[in-house]
Design a protein around this ligand. Structure first.
Ligand code: 1OR
Length: 295
């Protein structure tokens, strides 16, 4: 059963819409600590994060409890502070529910019903005892709705054009949209330097770039192509220098999110090695002969 831990819920009079749940300084510290680990909550300004700190309510679930029921209306967005949960879903046309995702400490879920005013898309079940922070619908809508929605819309078309991501479903692509960080480069600017330590994976949204190793052009990249995966896959230094050829807008994903969101594409990513080996064997290729990015 769900148990509310905080005792009193009151509404501040000056701001009729603002929900405030009394909590200790220690609880506030735990929530802020959660923010620092979660990509959705990392970029909030002081006022926004303060409002969330005030509004969320601590809830506990026991192992085996259902936190969210597929098909029911949604009231809360959840921050999983401690414990683990799994997502069960009966896919359209499917008969039986199956596990489609696992959550661990630092993850958030339950945003879809609040974003789209839709029934819960899946069932989320605690697989251990769990400590969560529940954010009410109006706080979610006031603070997180616009940014989440805009970011998912903004990148939906681009991500569906990336050949690498073709096998992912729409929800998995929107989870990628949540974590993308845009970066801009001018012509001849270095995006990645050979030999450097690598902690980001890149996709080109606009512009062109090339990869060189020991002076030779190895790859050409255009919109929808990706690079920077090798250092993350192999825990190795950057194997080539990537330089912008034109003005470029790239989007990047950090190492942890790459593992979490693109983990199941590892096979495809490893197969790309054949393309690199070919480029290497071909030796000093002229830029126009260099293999093009994606696969
Ligand atoms: P919600 O408010 O609909 C259930 O309540 C939550 O489960 C949902 O928000 C998401 O936060 C979360 N498809 C839909 N919802 C998912 C999925 C998912 N995974 C987690 N949730 N898929 C799994 C992707 C790996 C798509 C399966 C076809």
């Amino acid at each position: 059963r769900r148990t509310g831990v905080s005792s009193s819920v009151k509404t501040v009079t000056e701001k009729a819409e603002t929900k405030v749940v009394d909590k200790s300084e220690d609880a506030k510290k735990r929530i802020r600590n959660f923010f620092s680990k979660n990509y959705l909550l990392q970029h909030l300004d002081q006022e926004q994060s303060q409002r969330i700190v005030e509004a969320v309510e601590e809830v506990h679930f026991n192992e085996g409890d259902v936190i969210i029921h597929q098909g029911e209306p949604g009231e809360f967005f959840y921050l999983l502070e401690q414990g683990a949960a799994e997502v069960w879903m009966t896919k359209p046309g499917g008969k039986k529910p199956e596990v489609v995702k696992q959550y661990s400490s630092g993850d958030t879920f339950g945003e879809l019903a609040l974003l789209y005013n839709a029934p819960r898309a899946a069932t989320v079940k605690a697989t251990t005892d769990c400590v969560l922070w529940a954010m009410d619908r109006s706080t979610f809508r006031a603070i997180l709705m616009t940014t989440t929605h805009e970011k998912r819309n903004l990148y939906e078309k681009f991500l569906s054009d990336v050949p690498l991501l073709k096998t992912l479903d729409k929800y998995e692509r929107s989870s990628i949209a949540d974590v993308l960080e845009p970066e801009y480069f001018s012509p001849q600017q270095t995006i990645i330097a050979e030999g450097a330590k690598g902690d980001k994976f890149y996709m080109i949204e606009e512009g062109e770039a090339e990869a060189r190793s020991q002076g030779k052009v190895m790859m050409r990249y255009k919109r929808g192509d990706y690079f920077g995966e090798l250092a993350l896959l192999n825990d190795a230094p950057r194997a080539a220098t990537v330089t912008a050829l034109t003005k470029c807008k790239v989007v990047s994903i950090n190492r942890d999110q790459f593992k979490r969101l693109l983990g199941k594409l590892e096979d495809i990513l490893h197969r790309k090695k054949e393309v690199y080996d070919k480029a290497n064997a071909a030796g000093a290729v002229s830029p126009s002969d260099a293999p093009r990015g994606g696969i």
